[in-house]
Design a protein around this ligand. Structure first.
Ligand code: ADP
Ligand code: MG
Length: 240
């Protein structure tokens, strides 16, 4: 039986909220508005995952599937320096791929699974998990097929998490909630419907606070108390 590894987010407050950090063996989803910090958290995890276990890392490599073209290798440099790591070595241990269609995204996952069987990975990022589905199935009447393909992709992610003891971090977009009604002040909800709600073990809602501050709220997690954490986005990544 594999034992769970918890990987630091770079923020003590956020780690505390998560019971120690992002967990292996399951999917953690972060959703929130544009600029709420989803991708910056991904960049920080790219580095912290490579820290040794006693420094709250995962002592493993990182796979990054980018569907929006927002990965910035130059952002990794100051984050690595902040953790006292060699930036080039850290970059060498991030396997990066840009996906252009949902099918491409799925095929990349198949290829990664083969790689993970050979090398010690501890984190898989898909930023964002849903963007290509929303583009590739944008027509009316395509929702059922989209959800079916999305379920297939998420089931593949769960399998990777469990088979290779990897933390899977996915980002998601928010959509207007048509059922929200006029009396709800923030009628937004995560995209992906029940399929995504079912697949993600830990669902985090991110929002902007004052200045560089961001707020993370537990939206859904079976074993975590409800609560919020405030953190900052800095040049060195996510911090208190
Ligand atoms: P999302 O993926 O949720 O749309 P991001 O993770 O890309 O949002 O967050 C973007 C925000 O991160 C920017 O608004 C900016 O405030 C902050 N940010 C990005 N790079 C830096 C940096 N080098 N130093 C400080 N803040 C940064
Ligand atoms: Mg982003």
């Amino acid at each position: 039986r594999k034992s769970v590894v918890r990987i630091t987010t770079g923020s003590q407050a956020l780690d505390d909220l998560l019971g120690g950090g992002i967990e292996t063996l399951c999917i953690t989803e972060a959703f929130g508005e544009f600029r709420s910090g989803k991708t910056q958290l991904a960049h920080t995890l790219c580095v912290s995952t490579q820290l040794p276990i006693h420094m709250h890392g995962g002592n493993g490599k990182v796979a990054y599937i980018d569907t929006e073209g927002t990965f910035r290798p130059e952002r990794i440099v100051p984050i690595a320096e902040r953790f006292g790591m060699d930036a080039n070595a850290v970059l060498d241990n991030i396997i990066y791929a840009r996906a252009y269609t949902y099918e491409h995204q799925y095929n990349l996952l198949l290829g990664l699974a083969a790689k993970m069987a050979e090398e010690p990975f501890r984190l898989l990022i898909v930023d964002s998990v849903i963007a290509l589905f929303r583009v590739d199935f944008s027509g009316r009447g395509e929702l059922a097929e989209r959800q079916q393909k999305l379920a297939q992709m998420l089931s593949r992610l769960t399998k990777i998490a469990e088979e290779f003891n990897v933390a899977v971090y996915i980002t998601n977009q928010v959509i207007a909630d048509p059922g929200g009604g006029m009396f709800i002040t923030d009628p937004k909800k995560p995209a992906g419907g029940h399929v995504l709600a079912h697949a993600a073990t830990i669902r985090l809602m991110l929002r902007k606070g004052k200045g560089d501050q961001r707020v993370c709220k537990i939206f859904d997690a079976p074993n975590l108390p409800e609560g919020e954490a405030v953190f900052q986005v800095t040049s060195g990544g996510i911090m208190d």
